[in-house]
Ligand binder design. Structure first.
Ligand SMILES: Nc1nc2c(ncn2[C@@H]2O[C@H](COP(=O)(O)OP(=O)(O)OP(=O)(O)O)[C@@H](O)[C@H]2O)c(=O)[nH]1
Ligand SMILES: [Mg+2]
Length: 426
């Protein structure tokens, strides 16, 4: 098969974007998505020559849009001299092929743009495997395309009898690669599992930072813990979870994990691919949901993140909503944010404003997650006291004749260990 994994001929350079506004969408939503698509496409260093929003009442199976409208757009695209048409709406493999035939240009959709950005940003073995898998699954039903991964495939296009055989071979090759990738991924994920289990042996409370891409999650982790995670003004700067320890007041420890950013219309294959990585989100004691209050669309960002969390099976998690970037926000935006989530916190990961309050809230949540308990430990069992100091939080400790009386908390996973010494659970 033409090696579309390594081939990089004739890179696409100039794009024509097509957004869709339909009856089911809020007013202005199509336009906002189109603006976001522009940012995504520019992230791939492709110049956007024109963006068009189309009102769509009834999608058609062959081209999504009506054929008259389609021809009109093709003419515009050609007049602009672009080499790629990008749809915000997901195109079926057939629609994509029909558009490519009609226009003679590369035609891709938002999903493919996001996959390309992820491919660009993946650095660790696991992230690269996850993204490669999602891309393979995306391309499997699309092998007859002349274009893939933003490059022209060699020897594709005119499919004769021999082409059919070629297509069968290509399908088999891709399926084999998918199988191999899954096997390799399983072993990488297992490695990480072992690391997590090691961590659980000294169970410290955990929280995961989640939120829309570019909200400031990595910056927040860095400010809270002094970590040095890459934070950058680009989408999907972070793909791999990073965990750092935060030491709160009273020497209470908290493990904080930074996660991949979410976005509207995240390709389903990617959510699937990242589920293993996002397990941190499901097992965390609570979540810190970071929202960029300076982004005019923060309501949608907020809703999208909650949607992805639901998809991950994490809807029941306790969430602290944190509106970030207050240093750059105006009072009207802050009022709007307060209306959206009345008990939210307002911080600036950069100026550090509000971080004390956030740490305070974390302490409260840890206290809630780990029930406060009175223990009486015999003098012979100093190991129990040491363990409580290590994994839990000790509020008071008094020497008495029959042992040491402690008041403190420990994680629920340790309940069986401490149970014999519990005097009076509150
Ligand atoms: N003004 C201002 N900018 C911020 C603040 N926090 C983060 N930023 C900026 O926002 C941009 C994105 O920050 P990141 O921390 O990389 O965002 P992220 O949520 O980790 O993004 P992804 O990893 O791409 O999902 C960077 O340019 C940061 O400098 C803040 O409190 N105030
Ligand atoms: Mg990040």
């Amino acid at each position: 098969m033409a090696d579309f994994l390594t081939d990089k001929p004739s890179k696409l350079e100039r794009a024509f974007l097509v957004g869709v506004q339909n009856d089911g969408m809020a007013e202005g939503e199509g336009a906002e998505l189109l603006l976001e698509l522009k940012e995504l496409v520019e992230n791939l260093r492709i110049k956007v020559e024109r963006s068009t929003l189309v009102n769509l009442r009834r999608p058609t199976p062959s081209l999504l849009l009506g054929s008259g409208k389609a021809q009109e757009l093709v003419d515009l695209a050609k007049a602009d001299g672009v080499d790629v048409i990008v749809f915000d709406e997901a195109l079926s493999p057939a629609q994509q092929r029909n558009w490519e035939e009609l226009s003679g240009l590369a035609v891709i959709d938002r999903q493919e743009v996001i996959l390309e950005i992820f491919a660009d940003r993946a650095h660790t073995r696991e992230a690269m495997l996850q993204v490669a898998l999602a891309r393979m699954e995306y391309s499997l039903p699309r092998l007859t395309r002349a274009w893939t991964h933003l490059s022209r495939q060699r020897g594709k296009g005119a499919m004769g009898g021999e082409g059919e055989t070629q297509l069968e071979n290509d399908r088999r090759t891709v399926r084999d690669r998918i199988t191999h990738l899954k096997v390799e991924l399983a072993s990488v994920v297992k490695q990480r599992d072992i690391q997590r289990r090691k961590r659980q042996r000294v169970p410290i409370p955990t929280c995961a930072i989640v939120g829309y891409t570019n909200a400031g999650k990595s910056t927040l982790l860095n400010s809270l813990t002094g970590a040095q995670v890459l934070a950058a003004n680009k989408l999907f700067a972070t793909l791999d979870p990073t965990t750092r320890q935060l030491v709160l007041r009273g020497n209470q420890k908290l493990l904080v994990t930074d996660t991949v950013g979410f976005i509207r219309r995240l390709p389903h294959g990617l959510v699937e691919a990242f589920k293993a990585t996002l397990e941190e989100v499901i097992v965390a004691d609570f979540l810190v949901h970071v929202v960029d209050v300076t982004n005019p669309n923060f309501e949608q960002h907020h809703a999208t993140t909650l949607g992805v969390l639901a998809e991950l099976g994490a809807s029941d998690q306790t969430i602290v909503t944190v509106f970030n970037k207050v240093d750059a926000a105006n009072p009207a935006m802050i009022a709007r944010a307060r209306g959206l989530v009345p008990d939210a916190l307002f911080v600036s990961a950069i100026s550090r404003e509000g971080l004390d309050a956030l740490e305070g809230r974390c302490l409260e949540l840890i206290a809630e997650a780990h029930s406060a308990t009175e223990l009486l430990v015999p003098h012979t069992r100093y190991d129990v006291i040491a363990r409580l100091h290590a994994v839990g939080h000790v509020q008071s400790e008094e020497q008495e004749d029959e042992g040491v009386r402690l008041f403190g908390r420990f994680p629920p996973t340790q309940a069986a260990f401490f149970a014999p010494f519990v005097v009076n659970a509150k």
